[in-house]
Ligand binder design. Structure first.
Ligand code: SF4
Ligand code: MG
Length: 335
């Protein structure tokens, strides 16, 4: 089965001037060679600390940033070299929902006009058909006919996010990129919106790229999860496997920080030393080595290969290097 979205070795480097005279040119390696696939109707999540490049990845796929290099296949078609115009048409199929519905909704427009706008932009249907589509999508996201005459400020944060969801879905997209889509909401509202997103995915057969720093939220919605650090993919696995049997030391430390649901389950918090390095000056070898409790000599010299170490379980760490496995002590993995 062909992937709905296939990203290979994607890079997004931002030039940055620095120094007193702004003459030194640095390159910020926001996304530095990541690869992943998302199957049809699947939810794939990107997690990692802020600044790890997950949002830049989403934005690069939608060409809100021009990618530096790599390959992006949508439904088997290479969209990396699409012209602006070709891409504009494609945007019907690929939509994005952002964290902050306050800033993405024009306060002067009614909900009706906010929903009408994408239909007009893409010249999709007659005014009469548009009205029916607006009512249908509003109903799907839980907004009443009467509410579509109101303005965004008359709604709560959760309802505003319903409006953004409706606005993204009115074009019948295939893929939706959700960037911290529930992060600004109260926990109880988060659950409502997440459940709505899951329902809509099933009903409308959507494929989700779900970007979030919140590991509890990600666990709830994802089929598979990719863990990013310093613009690179550290580990990818099915959700259950990633949470029950994480391999990469970075994933282990992230998971050790979330409270356990079972008080009997003893979990030792792994506190990382230091900060995330500057992405314009990443360390040699393994990007995680300056903070890794398992770092060893090889980690400074050689960058670990991102490889499949179990079925559908990928990791970039020398501890799991296939050529190494027979000589490494099993107990080394459990820290
Ligand atoms: Fe740690 Fe080395 Fe593995 Fe990197 S390659 S995560 S530094 S053990
Ligand atoms: Mg972000």
């Amino acid at each position: 089965k062909q992937a709905m979205l296939k990203v290979s070795d994607l890079k997004k480097h931002f030039p940055q001037k620095s120094g007193i005279l702004q003459r030194t040119k640095n390159v910020v390696r926001a996304v530095d060679g990541i690869s992943f696939e998302i199957n049809e109707e699947e939810t794939f999540s990107l997690v990692g600390e802020s600044g790890c490049g997950k949002s830049t990845t989403g934005r690069s796929i939608l060409r809100l940033h021009e990618p530096t290099s790599g390959e992006i296949l949508y439904n088997g078609t290479d969209i990396m070299n699409y012209s602006k115009r070709e891409f504009r048409n494609l945007r019907r199929d690929l939509q994005m929902i952002f964290q902050d519905p306050y800033s993405s909704l024009n306060p002067r427009m009614t909900v009706r006009n906010l929903l009408l706008e994408p239909l007009l932009t893409h010249n999709i249907c007659s005014k009469k058909e548009a009205e029916q589509r607006i009512i249908d999508i509003a109903e799907k996201v839980g907004l009443s006919k009467e509410q579509i005459n109101r303005h965004p400020h008359e709604f709560s944060g959760g309802q505003r996010q319903r409006i953004s969801i409706a606005r993204a879905l009115i074009l019948n997209p295939k893929v939706v990129i959700l960037d911290e889509a529930v992060s600004a909401l109260d926990v109880s509202i988060q659950a409502q919106i997440l459940n709505l997103l899951i329902e809509l995915q099933q009903e409308l057969k959507l494929t989700y790229l779900f970007i979030s720093h919140d590991l509890n939220v990600v666990r709830h919605v994802s089929d598979r999860v990719g863990v990013m650090y310093l613009g690179q993919m550290m580990e990818t696995a099915k959700t259950d496997e990633l949470y029950s049997d994480p391999l990469h030391p970075y994933t282990k430390s992230l998971l050790s920080a979330i409270p356990s649901n079972h008080p009997s389950e003893k979990k030792e918090r792994i506190i990382l030393q230091g900060d995330v390095p500057d992405p314009s000056n990443p360390p040699s070898g393994c990007p995680f080595r300056l903070r890794c409790p398992k770092a060893h000599e090889r980690c400074a010299i050689e960058k670990p290969v991102y490889q499949e170490v179990k079925e559908n379980h990928w990791v970039a760490c020398h501890l799991y290097d296939q050529s190494n496995l027979d000589i490494t002590n099993e107990s080394d993995y459990n820290f």
